[in-house]
Design a protein around this ligand. Structure first.
Ligand SMILES: C[S@@+](CC[C@H](N)C(=O)[O-])C[C@H]1O[C@@H](n2cnc3c(N)ncnc32)[C@H](O)[C@@H]1O
Length: 268
């Protein structure tokens, strides 16, 4: 995940935003006085959306990236939002006395596949929730065509001279047994799983540039590759994404088709 260029992520994370809003609209029921924690809030667009929902009293967004948190504070602030830098898998940064049992809702969208130790992260989020509080997550599995394309580009023979020091740091959820696996993991961390649905979604793009920028919004690969070769690299990303059937269509009618799991659970 590239967190060094928050503006690039903010401008090109249209798909993440649409998915986050869909997850909230389908799986979250707001109640008067809700206190919401957004774990891995990125550049804050979803925190802003949540802060405007009826009943929501406050939102606390945290992210491991200082740059993203700083961007979120400048561009997506509101009176009822606070932003913090914290790492969901380092208990000392997330288990603050004032966060313990303080939140009625937790969301974490497109974050936990970047985290190796999911048990520690889920236990930390569990401890932040009030009893009976709910968590909604969007997770990335090893079947995700987006994540497969990301990993293929990290090992692409044409770019290997540039990418030899690049470590993808991606830890997708196993898809084979998704419902049982995620249920077991969540139950081990003190949650009761309420639903786990895999949804297919489609996004249309009018221009090739917008499509390629959306695909590369999370790509740290670009840091290792000289600027004058970024166009060629993005061209290869598009080709690999086509082979994976992530992209279809041409000339003004590009389509991204992906299946994404949405998980909803309650603190027991
Ligand atoms: C794809 S972005 C999603 C951002 C936002 N949730 C959204 O839906 O637009 C993934 C985010 O997870 C954050 N992240 C990755 N590992 C993290 C960790 N260990 N603790 C907190 N945030 C983390 C990244 O910094 C990045 O902002």
């Amino acid at each position: 995940m590239d967190t060094s260029k928050p503006e690039r992520y903010s401008q090109n994370s249209y798909i993440q935003y649409i998915l986050g809003v869909e997850a909230l609209q389908q799986y979250m029921q707001w109640e008067e006085g809700d206190t919401v924690l957004d774990a891995g809030c990125g550049t804050g667009e979803i925190c802003k959306f949540i802060s405007q929902q009826p009943g929501v009293a406050s939102v606390l967004g945290f992210d491991v990236s200082h740059d993203f948190v700083s961007y979120a504070s400048q561009h997506n602030s509101a009176q009822n939002i606070l932003y913090h830098v914290a790492d969901v898998s380092y208990l000392s940064t997330i288990i603050k006395p004032e966060w313990r049992g303080a939140f009625s809702k937790v969301v974490s969208f497109s974050v936990l596949h970047w985290v190796r130790d999911k048990v520690t992260a889920l236990k930390a989020l569990h401890s932040c929730l009030k009893p009976g509080g709910e968590i909604v997550m969007i997770i990335g599995t090893d079947k995700s065509k987006t994540l497969q394309t990301y990993l293929k580009m990290a090992a692409h023979p044409r770019w290997e001279t540039y990418l030899k020091d690049f470590v993808p740091n991606l830890f997708p959820w196993p898809s084979g047994d998704l419902v049982n696996h995620s249920s077991r993991l969540l139950e081990e961390c003190g949650f009761e799983v309420l639903s786990c649905h895999v949804k297919e979604h489609r996004h249309l793009f009018e221009s090739k540039e917008k499509l390629r920028d959306a695909l590369c919004a999370i790509y740290p690969h670009l840091h290792y590759i000289p600027q004058d070769k970024h166009g060629e690299f993005k061209h290869d990303v598009e080709n690999i994404a086509r082979e994976a059937h992530l992209i279809s269509g041409r000339d003004g009618h590009f389509k991204i088709t992906e299946k994404t799991p949405f998980v909803r659970a309650r603190k027991l």
